[in-house]
Structure formats: C-alpha cells, structure tokens
Design a protein around this ligand. Structure first.
Ligand code: FAD
Ligand code: N01
Length: 532
C-alpha cells in the first residue's frame, strides 16, 4: 500500500505563548506547521483569564519573550506587573510582528491524536470534524488551561449568574449592587476579591484553605525605568538564566536559623516591603527546612493579624501549611479588603458548603442569598488539557492509561510509546516553578534543535526510552523530596482533583540544572531517546 503523506510537518495544539513561539521557530528551520486553538483568539491564559485584577506576578520585563532583541526594545510595559489586557495585547503584537496568525485555526479544538504506525504519522481530528496528518505533534496546551468546577450540589441550577475566573466573559461583569459569593482563595480569588468588593454591595468569600499572599507593590513603570531596563536587557536575561526559577532574584545564602531574630525579622520586613515572589528567597532554607519555614510563616501570620481588624477573620486567614507549599499568591490589598463593611469570610473548615438551591447557598450552619457566584476554584493542572484529548500512541495505547499512575515522561518533553509527540512545559519539567516565558523558550528551542538535527541527519522518528523515562521520574521525585512543598496537598500534586493520582508533577531541580541536562542529552546524541 502506498504510504500516506503528511499535511504538515508539525501540528501544534494551542496558541498561547508556547504555540506562538513554536510557529515562529518551526518556520525558521523550514518545517511546515499549523496550530489549532480552541479559543476564538490567541494568548492562551491571557485570552481566558479576564477576571478583575488578573495580572502577572513575574515582573513584565521578565515575563516577556527574549528571542528577539528588537521586540524587547520596542514594547513598552506600563506597570511592573502588567494587567491581563496588556499581556494579551503583547501576545497579539508578537503574532502580528511575526505574521503568525495565518498559521492558526481558531475556535478549533483538537479532539484526538492517534499514532498511525504504518505511515509513521499522527492522525489528528478536530471539533470541526477536520482530519489532518502530521509527522510531529506538539502539545502546547498549557499547564493551567482547564478550569476545575467543584461538584457542589445544585451549582449548575443556581438561579443567579455563575462565573469562572479561568473562563471570564469578554464583555466583563457588572457586579454593582450585587451580592456576590467568591469560592476559593487561590491566586485568582486573591487578585479579584479586592476589585469585586469595590463595586459589589456585598462579597462573601468562601475559604477552604487559607493561603499565603504577599503584597505585589505594583507600580507604574516610568520612561526612565523602562529605558534603564532596556539598556541592560541582555545582562538581565543572562542573570535570569542562572536562577532556580528563571526570575532575577537576590537569594540570600544565609539560613533563617543562623541569624539573630532581629536580623531575621528585618530581612522579612524588607522583603515584605519590596513585595512579590522574591519573599521566598529571604533565606536559603525557608523552602526546605520546617523550622526555618516556621519563622517565615509566623512573620506572615503576624502581618495578617496586624492588617485584619476582626480577630476571628484574621485567624481564619492564617495558613496552616508551610509557606510556599502551595503557590504563594501576590496581591494588592487582599487582607485590607476584609476590613471593609461589605466583605465577610466564611471558613469552610468550620461550615462546609452543603448545596445550592435557587439563589441560596447553604453551608452546614447558615444560608446565604446571592446574585452571582464566582468560581475561583483552580485548574486540572499540568495534565488536564492533555488528558482531555484522546491521545493514543503505539499499539493504540491511550496516554491516559500510560499516565494512570502519574504522568511518566522523559525530561517533561516526550513519553515512551508516543513517538514524535512533544509536550511544552508539561509535567516533569520546571514549568510552573519558573518564569514560564523562559521555560517556554527553553522547551521550544530544544524541540526546534532536535527537529533540525533529525532533518539534517535524515531521521524520521524520535521516542523516549522506557529506562530513561523511569530514571527521569525518579529524578523528578528526588528533586521534589528536598522541598517542603512535596508534602503539601496542592495542584502541583494533583490533590485538588478528586480521583487524580497524587504525584508531584513539576521538576524542582531548577531551570539551570534542567537546561544543562537537556543540553547534555542533546550533545550526547539524544541520550535516552531512540532516533530512527
Ligand atoms: P496557555 O496560555 O494555557 O495556552 C494553551 C492554549 O491551548 C489555550 O489557549 C487553550 O485554549 C489551548 N488548548 C488546550 N487544549 C486544546 C485542544 N485540545 N485543542 C486546541 N487548543 C487547545 N506564569 C508566569 O510565569 N508568570 C505569571 O505571572 C503567570 N501568571 C498567570 C496568571 C494566571 C491567571 C494563570 C492562569 C496562569 C499564569 N501563569 C503565569 C502561567 C501561564 O499559564 C503561563 O505563563 C503561560 O501563559 C502559558 O502559556 P502556554 O502557551 O504554555 O499555555
Ligand atoms: O487556583 P488555586 P487559582 N470548595 O488552585 C478552592 C496561577 N495564577 O486559579 O486550597 C471550596 O490556586 C481551593 O481550596 P483548597 C498560579 O500558578 C497566577 O487561584 O483546595 N473551595 C483554593 O482556595 C496559581 O497557583 C496568578 O482547599 C474550593 C481555590 O479554590 C494557579 O494559576 C493569578 C473547592 C483554587 O485555588 C491557580 O490559581 C491566578 C471547593 N469544592 C492564577 N475546590 C498570578 O497572580 C477548590 N477550592 C500571576
């Protein structure tokens, strides 16, 4: 039988920052490519998450592409942490500048990707009933792109309006004079609650687990600051490459336990005043030693107690897990908002939600009337978007089944049994522990170099070896075990989704170590991969 021909060399799923950069790089090495995007527009995270207050928590100068020096120089960020509309505008600008849109089909969900062993091609089907054949498929489907809806009895029949932070209406929501429930106190809730509280008549926050949130200290970027940063952009990017998270920080080499209390508190105070995620780097052992972590956690709780006037609310807002166990949040006026007369907190640890009937939400001890409910209840992270597609590799074996005990993979890039299928910033890679733009560039560049190597050497197939995958899985768990967060239930472990296998998913070895490992693997003729 005559062999079938591919429609494209590389089929890309998703048109967030990963998909956009992939299109650009595939074109550069002369491979034909096409992207399918479920949304009606590009931008991924920044297309979907339009809730009030949505913005990045990695400084915009860093949370932006580094691959093109002119792009770096021409784009102006208005604030230290740009708001969602501006980040989306930036994504649009990138697409425009590199003429990427013509390679994307919007409003088109990839529903299945089946490996056709006879033809050594991937067969892809979409929600528009189109069928495609590609030599390679890259899933750039995002780590936080499938919102989680909690199974609350009666939620679907709620008589008012229900909004999900990760699927926010484009036209915006007018909460003026409304009674609003916000369920969840993760980053999305913590960003949106202060702004919703400014317009709504009443806001009731339903909190299951109190979170840590540090003030962002966001500020307008002056032209002088912008020029200064742009003048030293190259050095800034190089410095970012050397840090664990790919974010320019000044991690302290000192232990929190070796310094006198006065110095320790002054250090925390300084980090708190400076604001943002670098708080976590106040001391070298905050993330790895329980006693050191306790000192930071206590500092946090005292801050909450000093801000929130009502003692019961303040205590309920004090977290009970290690700082950094779940992703630390970054806010503007989150704790202050609980001093408003129109804001109250319901501690779901004391009175869980029982059901919703009509416009009434019942906890085990009270009933509340609402006009709107905001679900800030998170995502089926890291594997959600991949498991939502019917992906089948060699011998028709489903990815879901291959991942029934956890998302086994090699370097977070490929899975044994699924040749020529790549994932970007998926499980097994540093991904969500980094400045994601940097992680995306590293992954896409590695994949690009790999495909170029295959073209040059006339190779058609690449597949992760099972032993290499096994070893990498052990390395991912070893790296995680050094950190306190490996013992905390979170979306990193899949604990937020009922029935999901609890395994620590991202790689905690740090971006520099990971980058070097990937480069070394490539240098050693793609050690651990079989190339044919
Ligand atoms: P995404 O942006 O998630 O894009 C994936 C795309 O794939 C989506 O558009 C989705 O519709 C599409 N897709 C999924 N499945 C299919 C399918 N089957 N068929 C077709 N299309 C599909 N990271 C940081 O480093 N710093 C930050 O400050 C930061 N802030 C964040 C704020 C929010 C509110 C959230 C949710 C995440 C944030 N992140 C942040 C993480 C963020 O997800 C990444 O930084 C980055 O935007 C991911 O880009 P991506 O292209 O890999 O994935
Ligand atoms: O989601 P989350 P998110 N009943 O999973 C609660 C990135 N991000 O969208 O902890 C009641 O953190 C849940 O409670 P618990 C960032 O990486 C970044 O806020 O499971 N409550 C939790 O409080 C972030 O980590 C920014 O007990 C329920 C909340 O819902 C990631 O995206 C902004 C519940 C979910 O919090 C996810 O953040 C936004 C139920 N049945 C997002 N189910 C920036 O600032 C869940 N919850 C850059």
């Amino acid at each position: 039988m005559e062999k079938q021909k591919p429609d494209v060399d590389v089929l890309i799923v998703g048109a967030g920052f990963s998909g956009l950069y992939l299109i650009h790089r595939m074109r550069q090495i002369g491979l034909s490519c096409h992207a399918f995007e479920a949304a009606a527009g590009l931008g991924g995270t920044w297309y979907w998450n339009r809730y009030p207050g949505a913005r990045c928590d990695v400084a915009s100068f860093e949370y932006s592409f580094s691959f093109d020096k002119e792009l770096e120089q021409e784009w102006e960020w208005s604030e230290k942490y740009a708001p969602q509309p501006e980040i989306l505008e930036y994504a649009e600008h990138v697409a425009e500048r590199f003429d990427l849109k013509k390679s994307i089909s919007f409003s088109t969900k990839v529903t299945s990707a089946i490996y056709d062993e006879d033809n050594k091609l991937w067969s892809i089907k979409t929600s528009k009933n189109s069928a495609h054949k590609a030599r390679f498929v890259v899933f750039a489907t995002g780590c936080l792109s499938v919102p989680f809806t909690p199974p609350i009895v009666g939620l679907a029949e709620f008589a008012g309006s229900t909004y999900t932070t990760g699927r926010w209406p484009h036209e915006g929501v007018g909460f003026t004079s409304q009674k609003v429930a916000v369920i969840g106190t993760g980053s999305s809730a913590i960003q949106s609650i202060p702004l919703i509280a400014k317009v709504a008549a009443e806001v009731t926050v339903f909190q299951r687990t109190a979170n840590y949130s540090v003030p962002a200290r966001n500020a307008i970027t002056t032209p002088e600051e912008s020029n200064r940063t742009k003048a030293s952009y190259a050095a800034l990017r190089e410095q970012a490459k050397t840090t664990h998270s790919g974010i320019v920080t000044s991690p302290s080499p000192k232990s929190a336990l070796e310094v006198p209390e006065e110095e320790r508190l002054a250090t925390y105070e300084k980090r708190w005043t400076d604001g943002g995620l670098p708080f976590l780097a106040a001391f070298s052992d905050v993330m790895i030693d329980q006693k050191a972590n306790d000192t930071a956690s206590e500092f946090f709780k005292n801050k909450i107690r000093s801000v929130v006037k009502d003692d019961e609310t303040a205590e309920a807002l004090c977290p009970t897990f290690p700082l950094g166990g779940k992703r630390m949040c970054v806010d503007t006026d989150f704790y202050e908002t609980f001093n408003r007369d129109n804001v109250s907190l319901v501690n779901l640890k004391k009175e869980p939600i029982e059901s919703i009937e009509g416009s009434t939400l019942h906890t085990t001890s009270r009933s509340f009337e609402f006009d709107s409910i905001v679900l800030a209840t998170g995502f089926d992270a890291m594997t959600g978007a991949l498991n939502a597609v019917d992906i089948r590799g060699k011998e028709d074996f489903p990815l879901k089944q291959a991942w029934s005990e956890g998302p086994d993979n090699y370097l977070g890039l490929m899975v044994n049994g699924f040749p020529n299928l790549f994932t970007v910033t998926g499980p097994g890679s540093p991904s969500v522990f980094t400045n994601m733009l940097m992680a995306i560039e590293q992954h896409v560049d590695w994949i690009t170099d790999c495909l170029e190597h295959m073209s040059v050497n006339d190779l058609t197939l690449i597949e992760a070896q099972s032993q290499a995958q096994l070893d990498w899985g052990k390395e991912v768990q070893r790296a995680a075990s050094q950190f306190l967060r490996s013992n905390t239930d979170s979306w990193y472990t899949g604990a937020n989704i009922e029935g999901k296998k609890n395994v620590f998913m991202p790689y905690m070895g740090g971006l520099p170590v990971y980058r070097e490992t990937c480069d070394e693997v490539a240098r050693e003729n793609y050690r651990g991969f079989t190339l044919t």
